[in-house]
Design a protein around this ligand. Structure first.
Ligand SMILES: *Cc1c(COP(=O)(O)O)cnc(C)c1O
Length: 455
């Protein structure tokens, strides 16, 4: 870890290391440091560090984006057909899998992937508590039991060191989530899965184009699932996809998402019959047309987010009390659906995270505190007391208090209390915009005691 007592880089740039070292952490708020950067925090009546406009999300360029959508609308072919197939082909090519199946949303992609891999009643699925609720719902909707593995707060991801202690004879699968668009440690997770013969479904719903060793997220496990919801880095409004190299699995997933009608290997000689239990979660043609337009921008935007995130991280990492995310060693690219850091209030004169967020927002920087722990909420009680669970699981597995006790994740509790997120559209700004963010955080740090007192 970096030495947190070293003053920030602008201070280092202007002084000799010796002076900086002698000055120490106490002089971080010195007049000299104040000269280098902005004046008073906006929340104390100063000028906001950022006064421009962040890029509005989603991006839509009528000139380049609308022809295809209008063509689809005028064709009257709105249900799944050629445009969806084209989007699937492009998505599979982009991710580097043999196949992709477009779905109504990422939640259904997850539900279907688990189900088509045979995950269901009686099975335990290991996952992370630091995620969006849809991850856990996908397990519960298959009447499987979510088991929470605590996080590594430095990376914000499921901690590979804590997986094996959670494996029981009932464990069937691991559902890692590349949360915030930062890759989970898939090399280690896959090694553990192979050792214990477990299925892996990747929740890549925030990890479009993220990579480990130039291999994309969603291609490590047996299946990967994506979301194209409006806030996501590839926004369609609603939409999702399953990717895999397994033709048999993908044929089953296709059939399931289309009422159980025959498809691919599922055809046999029975076309016109329904060959399996199914549902309908098909993407529409106009969704796919929007997706094709958005896909053209994704590569350049991802590159830009990586550039800006790396730069911003370098600019704030030496501010005491600001601990930016760590990427695993082999990560060659992240998606940065969010830019996260941990906020240590001890180094901000005891100012609460809520005060910090308010002060940062006053500087014109959008930010939030992110997720709250998912491993002890009422929806789990609802699942455990459901009729299906009562029939499937032994009584001792359905005691809510016992379940919560066994699924405690103290590192995640702390992470949820300390996290600060900047949204992905901020990372589409200029280098100067990143400097404004760093300046804002630095100003708040230097005036922390005063801001705290004011509240
Ligand atoms: C968005 C999201 C989902 C669900 O995707 P939808 O398209 O909104 O259904 C699942 N998991 C994670 C981590 C997500 O961020």
């Amino acid at each position: 870890m970096q030495n947190k007592s070293i003053p920030r880089r602008s201070f280092l740039k202007q002084t000799s290391l010796g002076v900086a070292g002698a000055a120490g952490a106490a002089s971080f708020g010195s007049a000299l440091a104040g000269v280098a950067k902005g004046g008073r925090p906006a929340i104390l009546g100063g000028k906001p560090a950022f006064t421009g406009q962040w890029i509005k999300w989603p991006i839509w360029n009528p000139e380049t984006d609308e022809d295809r959508v209008i063509e689809v609308l005028r064709s009257g072919v709105w249900s799944r057909a050629g445009v969806v197939a084209e989007f699937e082909k492009k998505w599979a090519e982009t991710i580097g899998t043999k196949r992709a199946l477009a779905t109504t949303n990422g939640t259904h992609a997850l539900i279907i992937a688990l189900r088509m891999l045979g995950i269901g009643p009686g099975d335990e699925v290991l996952t992370t508590p630091y995620t969006f609720i849809a991850t856990i719902d996908a397990i519960l909707m298959n009447n499987a039991m979510p088991i929470f593995v605590d996080v590594d707060p430095e990376t914000f991801q499921m901690d590979p060191d804590k997986i094996e202690e959670k494996i029981t004879p009932q464990t069937r699968a691991i559902l890692p989530v590349h949360i915030l668009g930062l890759p989970s440690d898939m090399e280690r997770i896959m090694a553990i899965a192979r050792k214990h013969n477990l299925i892996v479904v990747e929740d890549a719903c925030q990890a479009w184009l993220a990579e480990i060793n130039h291999k994309k997220m969603g291609t490590f496990g047996h299946a990967g699932c994506f979301s194209f919801q409006n806030s996501k880095n590839l926004p369609i409004g609603e939409g999702g996809a399953i990717v895999s190299d397994d033709d048999d699995f993908m044929d089953r997933a296709f059939s399931f998402h289309n009422f159980g009608r025959p498809y691919g290997n599922m055809v046999g000689d029975v076309s016109g019959q329904y060959v399996m239990v199914g549902t309908k979660t098909r993407m529409t043609e106009y969704q796919a047309a929007i997706g094709l337009a958005q896909l053209q921008r994704l590569e350049e935007q991802t590159e830009r987010r990586n550039r800006n995130a790396t730069y911003l991280k370098s600019q704030i990492k030496d501010i005491p009390g600001i601990l930016p995310y760590r990427l695993y060693d082999h990560v060659t690219r992240a998606a940065y659906h969010l830019f996260p850091f941990r906020y240590k209030q001890e180094q901000f004169a005891g100012m609460s995270r809520e005060q910090f967020l308010k002060a940062l927002q006053a500087e014109g920087i959008p930010c939030s505190g992110g997720y709250t722990p998912l491993n002890n909420m009422p929806y789990l009680k609802d699942a455990l007391s459901s009729r299906a669970f009562q029939i499937i699981y032994p009584k001792e597995k359905l005691d809510f208090n016992k379940y919560v006790e066994e699924n405690q994740c103290p590192a995640n509790d702390q992470l949820c209390a300390e996290a600060v997120w900047l949204p992905q559209n901020v990372l589409l700004g200029s280098k100067k915009d990143m400097d404004a963010i760093a300046e804002a955080i630095d100003k708040i740090h230097r005036h922390a005691a005063e801001i705290k007192q004011k509240a």
